[in-house]
Unconditional design. Structure first.
Length: 120
């Protein structure tokens, strides 16, 4: 397995700090430590604020998912996932700018990369 990262870790990303119960279940299945001491904070639902409207929605009570979501900054979260993938055998290449997939018979078999030119 190959994991490609456009920049280098650690790096920040503007969105994506919130994780739904479905994502929490996936993290647990991957063996990721979702404890508070590892930077995760539990939440009980969503709070949406827009204009003069405010909604607070609890996570649905579903037997196959945990009754909570999580929040963790992307600064460390993406790197945590990448390092976990490495421990499972993936090769990580940072600072690799991919421009598109290479397809064979409808399956991704490679990628095309941008050629970096040095400034003169």
């Amino acid at each position: 397995m190959l994991l490609l990262e456009k920049t280098a870790f650690p790096r920040e990303k503007v969105c994506g700090d919130g994780l739904t119960p479905r994502a929490v279940k996936s993290l647990v299945e991957m063996g990721i430590d979702i404890s508070e001491s590892n930077g995760f904070i539990r939440n009980r639902g969503l709070r949406i604020i827009g204009g003069e409207h405010r909604l607070e929605l609890p996570w649905p009570d579903l037997a196959s998912y945990p009754p909570y979501g999580l929040v963790r900054t992307r600064l460390g979260f993406d790197e945590l996932l990448a390092r976990s993938a490495q421990k499972s055998g993936a090769r990580l290449h940072e600072q690799t700018n991919v421009t598109g997939p290479v397809l064979e018979h409808g399956r991704v078999v490679g990628v095309t990369r941008a050629t970096l030119r040095s400034a003169r």
